[in-house]
Design a protein around this ligand. Structure first.
Ligand SMILES: O=C(CO)COP(=O)(O)O
Length: 172
């Protein structure tokens, strides 16, 4: 149905779906399979809650989500969306984001069991045009997943403009 409407991508495992609709990693993995079979590119969201971050459990949460929700030959996109950054106006510091991205980049080939597939990784959570250039300068980050700032045409255009002005970095 989605492909008939011209959709090319589908967002799976958003924290709201995980939290409010009982979407477990196993359910998300099934949806990844179904989306791929239907010709859609899955964008799988992962991210820790604030308490998990503050208790030093972010790494194990992310590892569990990657292991549980991605398929072995996963061909799609991963979006790192810390739950505490979504709609809060708070974004992680560069250092923290860089650390989390390095972790995600290290975990992905273990799950996919190959180094040959480079999975694009996005960041989502309170993205505005103001942080977009600096976010996109972070090594290993391929783009941003925009929520509320996409609801207003001008702010979304500002993000697109800011993104297109960032010099592209070589893949890590
Ligand atoms: O959940 C998000 C995108 O999927 C992020 O939303 P915000 O950009 O409003 O924080």
């Amino acid at each position: 149905m989605l492909t008939e409407l011209g959709a090319r991508y589908v967002i799976l495992g958003h924290s709201e779906r995980r939290q409010n609709h009982g979407e477990t990693d196993a359910v998300i993995r099934q949806k990844v399979k179904a989306a791929t079979a239907a010709g859609l590119i899955p964008i799988v969201c992962i991210g820790e809650h604030l308490a998990e971050r503050n208790e030093g459990r972010a790494a194990s949460v992310l590892a569990g989500q990657i292991e549980g929700s991605l398929t072995r030959g996963f061909r799609g996109i991963v979006a790192y969306e810390p739950v505490w950054a979504i709609g809060s106006g708070i974004t992680p510091s560069h250092e923290e984001l860089q650390r989390k991205l390095s972790l995600i980049r290290a975990l992905l080939p273990m799950r996919l069991m190959t180094d040959d597939i480079r999975v694009p990784v996005l960041y989502g959570g309170s993205v505005t045009s103001v942080q977009t250039p600096s976010l996109l300068s972070i090594d290993g980050l391929d783009g941003v997943l925009v929520g509320s700032a996409s609801l207003e045409a001008q702010s979304f255009l500002d993000i697109i403009r800011a993104a297109t002005e960032v010099p592209s970095s070589s893949p890590s």
